[in-house]
Design a protein around this ligand. Structure first.
Ligand SMILES: [Zn+2]
Length: 418
């Protein structure tokens, strides 16, 4: 009975011959953005609110216009995000889509000292951004890209995909963003005929373009063509709609994984260590940048005298050392700099601990005292302070203030005399 009902439902959907869903004696119906809610209210409202928010975000970032947003088959990404991908993968995907991942352009922009160049670590392209990840012409990465595309084509054939979709997607990915899908369709012998499935698909796809496709935002037309194709196969009629949704999720997943494999390969190359304890290429660059900076911008007097020989070491020699020796050199250098700088600080801390007002804190007191010396007729017997700081001043805060008062009185007296 269920099979018969499903079959009747499929026929009705295919022929668009069914009754209106508005029944005459329904007390009320609820709509959300022109769609009647027939499931859970909360879920429907949540999904609709998410859709409008996402549209605003994609529009504000310049990734999709509102019209383009309506053309994307979002159900696949929704399914992958809610049912398939773990949170770490979702984070990677989101960062990649919104161009805030660890590509060199963004690292260089945020920390130019640590990442002196925005160039691609694999091919040397001067600007490695999120779009470059799938386009990197490095030999190893190109081989990996071709393997990934072959895997996708194999998967499409296994999942009984419409032959035109297989043909267009295969050639479009092989062109790697250099041709539009309409150009691919025409180069395959197709015509600019709106009745041809291939032309319909190509023109629909070109509304979204390369970047959206490789990020997994495929056009609804792919799913529509595949659904019609599945329905037209007698063996698949009972599971048509479910099958096309599942197929679309699989296709989007395979497309996203092409970029993800490129990203993994790139990171493996960048963070590869020859053996335990060795530096990765990035770590080597970072420590050499630090050493060069220290070497070029340090005055010998900024170091403790015992450590000034560190500056005699040639940078090429440092570059040839082992990772551990380089780290030791840097640590020694930085420790010496810090020790040299901390000398005045030490004195200040000692003053603070003893609650003393530091001598020569500002020029005013010194000036006043020199003036006083010049103007005073008497010898400055009890007004002078010893040069040494802490030991002579222990416990003299109160006394010091008394002396200060006495000095004030003396000064007043002197003025009156004058
Ligand atoms: Zn590259």
């Amino acid at each position: 009975m269920d099979a018969l009902a499903q079959s009747a439902l499929d026929d009705a959907i295919e022929s668009r011959n069914f009754i209106a869903s508005q029944f005459p004696y329904e007390p009320f119906t609820t709509h959300c953005s022109d769609k009647r809610i027939t499931k859970n209210f909360t879920t429907s409202i949540y999904i609709e609110h998410g859709r409008t928010t996402a549209q605003d975000v994609f529009s504000s970032k310049g990734l999709l216009t509102p019209d383009q947003f309506q053309e994307v088959y979002w159900d696949a990404i929704h399914h992958l995000f809610t049912k398939v991908y773990p949170s770490t993968f979702r984070v990677w995907y989101t960062k990649h889509v919104f161009e805030c991942n660890g590509a060199m352009r963004y690292l260089h922009r945020n920390e130019p000292q640590t990442y002196p160049s925005p160039a691609c670590p694999c091919c040397g392209h001067p600007n490695e951004d999120a779009s470059h990840v799938i386009l990197c012409p490095d030999r190893g990465r190109t081989n990996l890209y071709n393997d990934s595309v072959n895997d996708l084509v194999r998967w499409m054939r296994k999942e009984k995909t419409h032959s035109i979709i297989v043909l267009l997607v295969k050639r479009y990915l092989a062109a790697r963003g250099t041709q539009s899908m309409t150009q691919i369709w025409l180069s395959c012998g197709g015509r600019r005929d709106v009745n041809q499935t291939g032309f319909q698909l190509a023109t629909a796809h070109d509304l979204l373009g390369w970047k959206n496709f490789v990020d997994g935002r495929i056009h609804k037309k792919f799913v529509e063509i595949q659904e019609e194709y599945i329905v037209s196969r007698p063996s698949n009629r009972q599971r048509s709609r479910k099958s096309s949704a599942k197929w679309a999720s699989g296709l989007v997943d395979m497309i996203i994984r092409i970029t993800h494999r490129q990203w993994l390969y790139r990171n493996e190359l960048l963070h590869y260590k020859q053996h335990f304890g060795a530096e990765s290429p990035r770590e080597y660059q970072q420590i050499m940048a630090r050493i060069t900076h220290l070497h070029n911008h340090t005055d010998p007097d900024d170091l403790l005298p015992a450590d000034q020989h560190l500056l005699d070491t040639d940078l090429n020699t440092v570059a040839s050392w082992t990772a551990t020796r380089r780290q030791i050199w840097t640590a020694e250098f930085e420790a010496s700099l810090a020790a040299r700088r901390s000398r005045p600080l030490k004195r200040k801390r000692r003053h603070d601990r003893l609650g003393l007002v530091p001598l020569n804190h500002n020029g005013r007191r010194k000036k006043r005292r020199t003036k006083e010396k010049k103007s005073s007729r008497d010898k400055p017997d009890d007004t002078s302070r010893t040069k040494d700081t802490a030991s002579s001043l222990i416990g003299t805060t109160a006394e010091g203030s008394q002396r200060h008062k006495r000095r004030k009185k003396k000064r007043k007296k002197n003025r009156r005399k004058e």
